[in-house]
Design a protein around this ligand. Structure first.
Ligand SMILES: CC(=O)N[C@H]1[C@@H](OP(=O)(O)OP(=O)(O)OC[C@H]2O[C@@H](n3ccc(=O)[nH]c3=O)[C@H](O)[C@@H]2O)O[C@H](CO)[C@@H](O)[C@@H]1O[C@H](C)C(=O)N[C@@H](C)C(=O)N[C@H](CCC(=O)O)C(=O)O
Ligand SMILES: Nc1ncnc2c1ncn2[C@@H]1O[C@H](COP(=O)(O)OP(=O)(O)OP(=O)(O)O)[C@@H](O)[C@H]1O
Length: 514
């Protein structure tokens, strides 16, 4: 495929299905004439409608989706699925309208029916947790590739079918897109799929109509408290994935109380994994070597089973993510020895994770990492890992998301200050917030934690990175946390093109380091 990556993929050979059959099978009410109406796809947004689609109108924060039914009809939609309020709004479109009490709740099953994804035979892996989801999904995909299995993935960074990349807007796509992607994967003979499942996806029915073969849990820490009232509400959302209607088996990292509670409250068979010393889980991961380029570890399981390997990635947390991926594969039926043999043949796990502790620098000058970490715990993990692999200075550049959980900002500032030798605070995605006010909170957090810290405020991320680079020398590390793989900055409703990765490379070249 040439040109920019598409934002979604549909099956290339959709099968038309009679709408009257859908209505009969699901016991739905309808208005209008369904005779001879056939659907080939389903869409939740007018921008995604293709001819032959069922357009699903759900109430949103800004509008009721059904109020766009006429635009959906103009784009080729052949019918609308919505609620009672939406049915009134959609009437003017002239399309037949199927009515249900909660169209978002119906979407997963309806999309599965339209795209026939219940006929898929690929093994489905689901990964949840505050940090590490994308990483585990990539590690699963990498190991599956090393085992010779054709696999696909869905993550915050991108969705992928073999060599075809699809850009991601959400961590977990809406159910209409997810089932279309799974149908396309079936056409590509994909045998295993790794899917990142956010708490929001579980709360908003995005993975409905799917039963995962194995689900994995990484960890839970402060994030998304704009969406959830408390940490326990956030936990409850994740817990949903470990129930029989959503998954057959689970693997839970039990390094935290949240992990242990998950094991107690889950209603599917779960296997436990400990990645810290003294754990009493069925599987234990211990790090044997950490360098700036790779992390080696030993994984020990029941009955004396053991695997020793390495990831070409920074930090013990990446070894923890890799261990989780391996145990998930074992739980799905792959043989640990076969995994071990494939990894030994290749000298370890052959993974690249875009924007997660991604090294931008070359052999000369400071080592520069771009990272997607944007929560206090992510900062703690990355800074802890960096401190272990350098005797030099750590200079950190970061900002915070506007219009997202504001309560984590003070901790982000404090953790950055405690873990770095110098900090440059900049703008991330201010969205509709005042960027100076976001920076002020981060600065206060940092200054409060380490009053004598070398601390700078540089609003423009390009200038901020150059400032950080000017403070570092050979043997030092610059960590640019936040933007990771992203190629835009979101300011007042606009997505301005900006790639921290490309700009950092440019700055390194300007400085003569690359
Ligand atoms: C806050 C939130 O969840 N918003 C979601 C919501 O948008 P909304 O309520 O603002 O929608 P709206 O603008 O009122 O429109 C209502 C409906 O009309 C449709 N519409 C609207 C206008 C139009 O011209 N045509 C049209 O079809 C919209 O697609 C929508 O279905 O419904 C949309 C699709 O129906 C989602 O794409 C959108 O997710 C936004 C982008 C979002 O950022 N969600 C966040 C909270 C999220 O889910 N984040 C997690 C992050 C996880 C992590 O960081 O770990 C994730 O999984 O990505
Ligand atoms: N197992 C882990 N424990 C703690 N921190 C981690 C772990 N794995 C990754 N991180 C940190 O979190 C950051 C984000 O990693 P990753 O993208 O894999 O997480 P995520 O759960 O997918 O987050 P998001 O959904 O926001 O993309 C990393 O760059 C790293 O700083």
């Amino acid at each position: 495929m040439t040109g920019p990556a598409p934002s979604s993929l549909r099956p290339e050979h959709p099968v038309a299905r009679p709408l009257a059959q859908l209505v009969a099978e699901f016991g739905l009410d309808y208005r209008g004439d369904l005779d001879a109406v056939e659907v080939t796809g389903v869409a939740l947004a007018t921008s995604a409608v293709e001819p032959g689609d069922l357009y699903v109108g759900v109430p949103g924060r800004n509008a009721h989706g059904a109020s766009f039914a006429t635009a959906a009809a103009e784009a080729g939609a052949v019918a609308v699925l919505t609620d009672e309020e939406g049915a009134e709004l959609a009437a003017a479109s002239g399309l037949p309208v199927i009515v249900t009490s909660d169209a978002r709740a119906a979407l997963g099953a309806v999309a599965a029916w339209i795209f026939r994804t219940d006929e898929n035979s690929a093994t489905l892996f689901g990964v949840t947790g505050t940090n590490g989801k994308t990483s585990v999904v990539y590690l699963l995909n990498a190991i599956l590739g090393q085992l010779g299995v054709v696999s696909g993935l869905s993550s915050t960074a991108e969705r992928r079918i073999g060599e075809t990349a699809i850009t991601s807007k959400l961590t977990t796509p809406e159910a209409s897109e997810l089932h279309a992607l799974l149908a396309r994967m079936r056409e590509a003979a994909v045998r295993a799929v790794a899917i990142e499942v956010s708490a929001q996806a579980l709360s908003r029915h995005r993975v409905d109509g799917i039963v995962f073969d194995v689900v994995g849990f990484t960890n839970l820490s402060h994030d998304h408290l704009d969406d959830y009232e408390s940490m326990s509400d956030y936990f409850e959302a994740k817990l949903e994935l470990f129930q029989p209607d959503r998954a057959r088996r689970g693997v839970v990292t039990v390094d935290s109380d949240w992990g242990r509670s998950l094991v107690e409250q889950s209603r599917i068979p779960v296997t436990t994994l400990s990645t810290s010393a003294g754990g009493d889980a069925e599987w234990t991961m211990s790090v044997t070597e950490e360098t700036v380029d790779h992390t080696a570890f030993v994984l020990e399981g029941p009955d004396g089973r053991m695997l020793q390997t390495q990831v070409p990635l920074l930090g013990s947390y990446m070894a923890a993510n890799a261990a989780l991926a391996i145990v998930m594969l074992v739980e799905s039926g792959y043989d640990l020895d076969a995994i071990g043999a494939a990894l030994e043949r290749d000298g370890g796990i052959d993974a690249f994770i875009p924007g997660r502790a991604e090294r931008i620098s070359g052999d000369r000058g400071p080592v520069v990492f771009i990272d997607y970490g944007h929560s206090p715990d992510a900062f703690l993990s990355t800074l802890g890992a960096l401190r272990k692999v350098t005797d030099g200075k750590i200079v950190m550049v970061f900002g915070a998301d506007g219009d997202r959980d504001t309560t984590k900002r003070n901790d982000m500032g404090a953790i950055a200050a405690r873990g770095s030798d110098a900090v440059v605070i900049t703008d991330f995605h201010p969205r509709w917030e005042d960027p100076a006010a976001i920076r002020a909170t981060l600065l206060a957090g940092a200054r409060g934690a380490v009053p004598e810290l070398e601390l700078y405020e540089v609003a423009d991320p390009r200038a901020a990175f150059r400032k950080a680079l000017s403070l570092a020398d050979e043997g030092d590390i610059v960590l640019y946390a936040g933007p990771g793989h992203e190629d835009y900055q979101e300011v007042a409703g606009q997505r301005i093109p900006y790639s921290a990765r490309d700009d950092a490379k440019l700055a390194l070249r300007e400085a003569g380091w690359l």
